[in-house]
Write a protein that binds this ligand. Structure first.
Ligand code: PEP
Ligand code: MG
Length: 588
């Protein structure tokens, strides 16, 4: 067995676990070689043929759609795909490899397509070179049909498993069996990817953006996953394991000390109340928020109803989830955000033609306004649930006033329908919006006249202000809420909100970062919404600073020009105000 290997990544969900590795490598270009017994070779060839037919059917559907959307000429590429899959020489080659080498159809498909792509590349001919992508796409499509029938290895994970994957989707993560999966780490992904958010919501220690994990990891290897520092230790030696066991015990004691705060109010040392709310992805989590001392739910990401369900949720599915949430909130604040599907929160694979720039594409409120029957089903359920208790609704990713007006118009339409049907709802339910696109922040004044509240979403505001993809580990060093441009936008929105008396909160991941919370309070924020696990620590922090101190720091920050300077200043100040709130190890 090789020696101890340390791999660093981005810490996205705290906690330290020790377990055994299960490696999930679904790299479309690299399929593990799997041999099969001789008597199953024929069945494997049949599996290949079935996958080819299913893929051809798929592509013909895509072709039909593409012809409609893009015209005959552009859609022709899909006929090339069909032609390839009907090419007897190619099929014979794949079949030949299965029979000769007794390997799985997936492996033969990947090997034959990879060799062909290599030959195309080697021609140096630009026409052939452009077809390499098509070949990769075809291999991926075939393998999707081949693998689709098998259970995912994640579902069969044994107790004490630490998943090490190239990437995981938010829905894969949401379906983890927590009794068996202790934590996970991925080579791809950024700190505010939705996979990371789900990890935090489910309290699964996680590290993303590790880049080289799969190069070193093997199934069954002992692993330490340190979600506090973003470290994965493969094959740890005995001294490392015992040191980590000590850390685990220290953390447990720290958590116990935080829990003692749960009944105390989140009030600063100069007497200002800072509302601490919780972000949730699943209705049941509302209970965790309340138990952690949260004053309600500041962001319920309802798109997870779609991501965890096999089929599209019905109005009743929505209604039951919201009714349950109202019940669990016990009269406390509850902000339900309408579905924010799209980008990484919608498997682009489900789209017949995936978008080129999904984060700039048909997502969130745009997606809802294009799919009004779906949107209205959710609105009906929300309004019906508003008869059961206090609910506020919030629209995501609003970037233009016309979107807000259309969305509000649909709410009114649904209200009229319900009134006609004699179904009760709260006619005065507050309607707010996320401020997470620079256009909305810049135009906050206009929006303030038409909404009942704002919530700043720094996760998206950072990516759109800085033109840095929030899930791309290659640019993760540029992704930071400490950027002066982001801070100025937040300051401006806070000023507008104060002038218009529009309630304002911040619900991005950075609100749970104590240094950043210090800045947000200094900029005028009085409501912060964070994952349930971060509530006790944030409360402890709030109870240790004064608004005056925060305002002074915010003024100093606003005079700085670079993210690094901002980060340094905030770290220093936060540490001097409340050294005890910082875990000694995270200072490294
Ligand atoms: C945000 O963008 O900051 C936010 C809270 O929304 P989400 O993370 O769901 O995109
Ligand atoms: Mg967002």
């Amino acid at each position: 067995m090789s020696g101890m290997i340390l791999v660093k990544g981005l810490p996205v969900s705290t906690g330290i676990v020790i377990g055994r590795a299960l490696v999930i490598d679904d790299d479309r270009r690299r399929v593990t070689r799997r041999t099969i017994p001789r008597e199953l070779v024929n069945a494997e060839v049949q599996r290949l043929k079935a996958a080819i037919s299913a893929s051809i059917e798929d592509i013909l559907r895509v072709h039909e759609n593409a012809t409609r959307e893009m015209g005959h000429e552009a859609a022709k590429i899909f006929l090339f795909h069909v032609g390839m899959l009907q090419d007897p020489t190619l099929i014979k080659q794949i079949q030949g490899q299965i029979e000769r080498e007794q390997v799985s159809a997936e492996f033969a498909v990947s090997a034959v397509f990879a060799a062909l792509a290599e030959r195309f590349r080697a021609t140096g001919d630009s026409v052939f070179a452009t077809k390499v992508n098509d070949l990769e796409d075809l291999a991926h499509r075939l393998n999707k049909h081949l693998v689709g029938a098998k259970a995912s290895p994640i579902a069969d994970a044994e107790e004490g498993t630490i998943l090490l994957a190239r990437d995981l989707t938010p829905s894969q993560t949401a379906q983890f069996d927590r009794r068996r999966i202790l934590g996970f780490a991925t080579d791809l992904g950024g700190a505010t990817s939705h996979t990371a958010i789900i990890a935090k919501a489910l309290d699964i220690p996680a590290v993303v953006g590790c880049k080289t994990l799969l190069k070193h990891a093997r199934d069954g290897m002992p692993v330490v996953l340190d979600g506090d520092r973003g470290a994965i230790i493969l094959n740890p030696d005995a001294a490392t394991v015992s040191e980590y066991r000590r850390f685990i015990e220290q953390r447990r004691l720290f958590r116990v000390s935080l829990n003692e705060l749960s009944d105390l109010p989140p009030v600063t040392t100069d007497g200002t109340h800072i509302s601490i709310l919780g972000n949730i992805e699943l209705a049941e989590e509302a209970a965790k928020v309340v138990a952690a001392g949260g004053e309600g739910v500041g962001l319920y990401r309802t798109e997870y109803l779609y991501l965890t369900n096999a089929s599209e949720p019905t109005e009743e599915d929505h209604y039951h989830a919201y009714a349950r949430c109202v019940e669990l909130c016990k009269g406390k604040e509850l902000v339900i955000r309408t579905v924010d599907l799209g980008a990484d929160k919608y498997t682009q694979a489900q789209e017949e033609i995936p978008e080129r720039n999904p984060f700039l594409g048909n997502r969130s409120i745009r997606y809802c306004l294009k799919n009004t029957p779906m949107f209205k089903r959710q609105l009906r359920a929300l309004l019906r649930a508003s008869a059961l208790g206090k609910i506020k609704i919030m629209f995501p990713l609003v970037s233009a006033i016309s979107e807000l007006r259309q969305a509000k118009f649909l709410v009114r339409e649904v209200m009229e329908d319900l009134s006609e049907e004699g179904i009760p709802f709260d006619a005065n339910l507050p309607i707010g919006m996320m401020v997470e696109v620079p256009s909305a922040a810049i135009q906050a004044e206009a929006f303030a006249r038409e909404v009942d509240f704002f919530s700043i979403g720094t996760n998206d505001l950072v990516q759109y202000t800085l033109a840095v993809d929030r899930i791309n580990e290659r640019v993760s060093h540029l992704y930071t809420p400490m950027h002066p441009a982001v801070i100025r936008l937040i300051r401006d929105v806070a000023r507008v909100a104060r002038r218009h008396e529009t309630p304002l909160s911040a619900c991005g991941e950075s609100s749970s970062d104590l240094e950043y919370a210090l800045l947000l309070i200094g900029l005028g924020l009085r409501t912060l919404s964070v994952s349930a696990g971060s509530i006790p620590q944030l409360k402890r922090f709030v109870r240790s600073v004064s608004v005056q101190q925060c305002e002074r720091v915010a003024r100093q920050v606003l005079a700085l020009d670079s993210s690094d300077q901002v980060a340094r200043l905030l770290r220093d100040r936060a540490r001097t105000f409340v050294p005890e709130a910082f875990d000694g190890r995270s200072a490294e």
